[in-house]
Every structure is written in C-alpha cells, then in structure tokens.
Design a protein around this ligand. Structure first.
Ligand SMILES: C[S@@+](CC[C@H](N)C(=O)[O-])C[C@H]1O[C@@H](n2cnc3c(N)ncnc32)[C@H](O)[C@@H]1O
Length: 214
C-alpha cells in the first residue's frame, strides 16, 4: 500500500494504490456538477462511490455547500478526509464509510447527487487486472451498484434537484429501469465513459419535500 500524489482539476490531492486510479476525464463530471450547483435548490450534495473523493471535492471547491461523501472501503474514507483537509474543506465534508444503501438516513434530502459506481460486468473484470475488483465489478450485467445508486437518488433528491451518474456506455444508461419519478434528461459521451443527468419527473414525484434537507 502506498500514497500517491496526483493533480485533479488543478488541485493537488492524494490517493492510495488500493483504490481505483483517478481518471483525468472524470474532471468532466466535477465541472458539470459545479455548473449544476447554480441551478439546483439550496441543500447539501451527496457523492456515492467516492473513492478518493476527488470528483465531489473538485465540484464543490468554489461553493459553500456541504458534501456527504460515501464509499464502503475504509481506505477510501481515510483518503477523502485527507483530501478534504488538503483543500480546506474538512468542516463541510462528512465522510460515511459503508454500503451506499445503508448510510443515508430516511429523512435526508440532497440538492445534487454525484454517483460513480462500478459498471464492468463480472465476466469482464479480468480485462482490467490493474484495477481493484471491488471498484469495477458491477455484477452480472454491470449495473447492480448503479441500480442501488438510482434507488438512493430517487429517495433522497429534492424537487428540482439533479443527479449526475457515471457509467460505461449510453446503452447501460438505457438499461437502468429507473425508479418511477426519475428520468434521464441528458447523456454526455466521452471516450472512456458516459455521464447521465437525472432529474425528478416532476416536483410531486420525489420523496423529499422542499425545506426538509438537513
Ligand atoms: C468506479 S470506483 C469510483 C471511485 C472514484 N469516484 C473515482 O473516480 O476513482 C467505485 C467506488 O465505489 C465503491 N463502492 C462499490 N460498491 C459500493 C457500495 N455498495 N457502497 C459504497 N461504495 C461502493 C468502491 O469502493 C469504489 O471506490
């Protein structure tokens, strides 16, 4: 195990060689999320499958919002805390180490959700021997954790909020079978993955009520 310094979106950060190596292209997710912060309601941001935390931290660097960053790996949680310290954001970053389906309280609401789940089908993980299996194995069709993410998004997104989900392909986005009330409104494709913007189908289609964020 070793700490590895890297630069992401102009920020000097650290990761750990037990985590997925941060990909430069995912700065696109940070930048899009930062843009959305000016459009979504007041309230905190939730980052699911945060790894080293770089995507969410970079997205919120210029904002004063609170970030709840989730990953099930203790080494990820420690690394997110270290990076939040580096960026002077520790006072508004809460790190939760656990399964993403279990670490958000029923009454919590978020203005924006950033999600970067594993998406490689189990049969294909052998093609990526350099990557930690737990970071890339998305189950039989690659979408097991992504479906857990959209279930959390549907339960915890504020009216007029938004979510940015990273997956491997546009076809995977189309295969998600979204929970009722959540729709994909835009997909942006990049050479190494896609980003999908999801929103509530209507203000009355969400579980979270405006003003109930905490
Ligand atoms: C594709 S990696 C992305 C990490 C980081 N966002 C990045 O860009 O490098 C997926 C991350 O999700 C975490 N993860 C996988 N399944 C999870 C689950 N059920 N609950 C919470 N975290 C999970 C893994 O530990 C891993 O750090």
């Amino acid at each position: 195990m070793a700490k590895v310094d890297f630069t992401f979106a102009g920020h000097d950060l650290v990761t750990d060689d037990r985590l997925l190596e941060p990909r430069a292209w995912t700065q696109k997710q940070s930048a899009w999320a930062a843009d959305l912060l000016s459009q979504v309601p007041e309230g905190p941001v939730l980052e699911l499958c945060a790894g080293a935390g770089h995507i969410g931290l970079a997205a919120l660097r210029q904002s004063e919002r609170r970030l709840v960053a989730v990953d099930r790996e203790p080494v990820a949680a420690d690394t997110i805390r270290a990076n939040a310290e580096r960026l002077g954001m520790a006072s508004r970053v809460e790190v939760r180490c656990g399964d993403l389906s279990q670490v958000v309280a029923p009454d919590e609401c978020f203005a924006l959700v950033i999600a970067d789940p594993p998406w490689v089908p189990t049969s294909g993980v052998g093609r990526f021997p350099e990557d930690p299996r737990g970071a890339i194995d998305g189950g039989a069709d690659g979408l097991t954790v992504a479906r857990q993410c959209v279930a959390v998004i549907a339960e915890h997104l504020l009216p007029w909020g938004a979510a940015l989900l990273q997956l491997g392909t546009r076809e995977q986005v189309g295969s998600l079978d979204l929970p009722a009330g959540l729709v994909v409104v835009e997909v942006r494709e990049y050479p190494r993955g896609v980003l999908a913007r999801l929103v509530p189908a209507g203000a009355d289609q969400v579980s979270c009520a405006a003003g109930s964020s905490r």
